[in-house]
Write a protein that binds this ligand. Structure first.
Ligand SMILES: [Zn+2]
Length: 311
């Protein structure tokens, strides 16, 4: 982008002033050629650099994105700045911004408040309105039986959890979703929304933290944004086969119950690249993708991120 700047520098009289971009463009229209001296070119680049810097400083100390329950923002501060993130003055912790001063921050399904101190300017405070989540009520189920697992199943569950924890520990040095999230499946029927509250026989159960997308077995699943594979495991007790993508700084999307895994841990993937196929492995009632998104221990709404950077 060319910026038209007044080029009259201090102490210069009219005769020695630099030629503006506007003048250059006018001259070009008239078929004239305008020659800039090396000194003029240098002065031009210097001024453009100042403008770039001004743009940067305007963003520094601020966040952009979807500041609502289940959403996420990217904030700009100084490179490697220690950032205080919390829910209140007594409930906070620190994370470091990356080498470019960028930091991703996500908000939980039921987040009420978020305090972000970027170390520059005033701390940012968000108060979130409560979103209304679907309620799926199922009554008349046979009295719930206590889930009993064999020793072998318990061992499998423990091993699965430990491997998942490794996947969640990933902190890729990238901000891979700056240009937004796509849906990972092209044709699907959404069967459950993020956050749906399940009430079985009148008893509230854990909310559903993913978006369920039903499609035939073998339907391709694509990376919704650039990222790094942090887990690709087909031996998960509950999830069956599970892929995790780190889109930067531990913003991790998950693909549950997949049939075929087509990526390996550590592999960098581009938005739109196929990572797996739809399956029904693990605890699943039929072919579908359960698509989840996590930031630290917060559950985010992946569908909300398809509306990035603003809803
Ligand atoms: Zn699901």
């Amino acid at each position: 982008m060319l910026l038209a700047l007044p080029m009259t520098a201090c102490g210069q009289d009219d005769q020695s002033r630099l030629i503006t971009n506007e003048e250059a463009m006018e001259a070009a229209k008239d078929g004239k050629s305008i020659q800039r001296t090396d000194a003029e070119k240098e002065e031009y680049s210097r001024q453009l650099a100042v403008v770039d810097e001004m743009h940067l400083t305007q963003r520094v100390g601020s966040c952009v994105g979807i500041a609502k329950q289940g959403g996420a923002v990217i904030c700009q501060t100084a490179p490697n700045q220690k950032v205080k993130i919390g829910r209140s003055e007594d409930d906070f912790y620190y994370e470091n911004a990356d080498n470019n001063g960028e930091i991703i921050i996500g908000f939980d399904r039921d987040e009420k408040r978020a305090l972000i101190d970027l170390g520059i300017g005033k701390p940012i405070e968000y108060s979130f309105e409560s979103r209304s989540y679907d309620i799926s009520r199922i009554d008349g189920l046979p009295p719930s039986q206590v889930s009993t697992f064999t020793e072998a199943q318990l061992a499998h569950i423990r091993e699965s959890s430990a491997r998942k924890a490794e996947g969640f520990a990933s902190r890729a040095e990238t901000v891979g979703f700056q240009s937004g999230f796509d849906f990972p499946v092209k044709d699907y029927i959404k069967t459950t929304n993020f956050g749906a509250q399940r009430i079985l026989n009148g008893e509230p159960k854990k909310p559903h933290m993913g978006v369920d997308m039903a499609a035939p077995l073998g339907t391709p699943i694509y990376a919704p944004a650039d990222g790094v594979v942090s887990l690709a495991d087909d031996d998960m007790y509950f999830e069956g086969a599970l892929v995790m993508l780190d889109h930067g700084q531990g913003l991790i999307s998950l693909y549950l119950h997949v049939n075929e895994i087509m990526v390996e841990p550590g592999q960098a993937v581009k938005q739109g690249e196929q990572i797996a196929t739809i399956g029904s492995k693990g605890r699943s009632t039929g072919p579908h993708l359960c698509w989840r998104l996590k930031w630290r221990n917060r559950n985010l709404d992946p569908e909300l991120l398809t509306k990035w950077p603003t809803e």
